[in-house]
Design a protein around this ligand. Structure first.
Ligand code: NI
Length: 423
């Protein structure tokens, strides 16, 4: 039973951070004691100079798109997808998916990310990368059109990996309203309910999707989610939600529904400002995601937190919107819960031991005290301050070193694959 010693501890359940020791047993936090009280062997000695937060959760991404980073910059979503992304994706092999996933997991672990929610294909490769690296993930096979083969692949993924080592959940992955017809979506939702699986779906990322619902399907967004059966699935992860109308929010403020805000991808692709203030005032759970590395171009939740906390204040001319505490809650427990890991996201006994250890002994943290931790983390903090990343009580990253990943090999494989793909 090792312990993280003498840390300044913050989670979304605390008004103020507190100094303490965190004792870990069998992948879970077994107790949080007063500082320097735990007698257990030391997993990490913070010496009162490190902050410990729940692990950050990237609640919507496509990890293997790290190989597509920088392809087709500064284009509108549809043109970008059709001219630059889809043609390369048509050529991706299982090996590419694996090397892109390994690369992404390396980047995320070094930035304090302990869990991610992913939609792509050849997802067995991503699952293997998750299992070998030690990170946690919610995985789905992206479904386009009405394709029984792809649905069968998604169900096989669930059969093989759902619940594996307590580190993987599997959802069904209908891609978006513009790629999956309503009848196919109904069928996917019915299958999800039947198999007790969640759904991960791109939702109203651009205005054209709202226009499609209103003009073609003659329906409003919440009614569409209800009618297709999506609202009734185990966990519904809705990525983007930029154009979800405010008056349609109360109907989706449910325990099984999570909106994933991806502010940098939305800004880069010119998709719009998600109405985050309205999401929060309606009681909708909001998590944070980066989306794929081709539209961000980082998989860095610190960057995403800071960006989310800033843009809504400027856009709405109101500095009280998207406060640091709410943003840090989005990036931690809201993401874990939304991804189907309901016992992760807080630092207290009984929770999964997923944590990020942050160096406060640097210029950015002078002035940080137990009363202002979220504000320092969100406005001044940076992934550069991450000292260690812990999943299930195991230190997967520490001071530039990866416990489970061969970083040189991963960089070489990804560089080789990228050269071939872009060539
Ligand atoms: Ni996406």
């Amino acid at each position: 039973m090792p312990a993280i010693r003498n840390a300044l501890i913050w989670d979304a359940g605390r008004d103020r951070a507190e100094y303490g020791d965190i004792v870990v047993k069998d992948g879970f936090i077994s107790s949080v004691t007063a500082p320097k009280e735990a007698k257990e062997p030391i997993l990490y000695d913070c010496k009162g100079k490190c902050l410990v937060l729940p692990g950050l959760v990237n609640a919507h991404t496509h990890v293997s798109m790290t190989l597509l980073r920088g392809l087709g910059e500064e284009l509108p979503l549809m043109e970008w997808l059709q001219k630059k992304i889809f043609p390369v994706e048509d050529r991706l092999t299982a090996q590419n998916i694996r090397s892109g996933a390994d690369l992404a997991i390396m980047e995320m672990l070094a930035a304090g990310v302990t869990c991610f929610a992913d939609m792509y294909y050849f997802m067995d490769e991503v699952a293997m990368s998750v299992l070998e690296s030690g990170i946690r993930a919610a995985l789905c096979r992206g479904l386009v059109g009405d394709d029984p083969v792809k649905l069968a692949e998604n169900l096989a993924l669930a059969e093989t990996y759902n619940g594996r080592e307590g580190r993987i959940t599997v959802q069904l992955g209908p891609h978006a309203t513009y790629t999956v017809q309503p009848s196919a979506l109904e069928q996917i939702a019915a299958t999800a309910r039947d198999k007790n699986l969640g759904i991960h779906f791109h939702w109203l990322e651009t205005k054209s999707e709202l226009d499609l619902l209103r003009n073609e399907y003659k329906t409003e967004p919440a009614d569409y989610l209800e009618k297709t059966g999506l609202l009734g699935v185990k966990e519904l992860i809705l990525a983007h939600c930029v154009w979800h109308p405010a008056e349609q929010l109360p109907a989706v403020a449910r325990d099984n529904v999570t909106f994933v805000h991806n502010p940098k991808s939305n800004m880069k692709l010119g998709s719009g400002y998600a109405p985050v203030r309205e999401f929060m005032s309606s009681g909708v759970r909001v998590a944070l995601g980066t989306d794929g590395a081709a539209s961000n171009n980082r998989l860095d939740l610190w960057d995403e937190m800071r960006f989310a906390a800033l843009i809504h204040k400027g856009y709405n001319l109101d500095p009280t919107i998207a406060g640091a505490r709410d943003i840090l809650k989005m990036a931690t427990v809201n993401g874990s819960y939304g991804a189907g890991f309901k016992d992760a996201g807080y630092i207290r006994a009984g929770q999964r031991a997923d944590m990020v250890i942050v160096d406060m002994d640097n210029p950015r943290y002078v002035g940080c005290d137990p009363g202002n931790v979220p504000e320092f983390v969100v406005y001044a903090g940076s992934s550069r301050d991450v000292r260690a990343t812990v999943v299930d009580g195991k230190v997967l990253y520490r001071d530039g070193e990866f416990a489970t990943l061969d970083s040189e090999k991963i960089l070489a494989a990804a560089s080789r694959d990228r050269r071939i793909l872009a060539g």
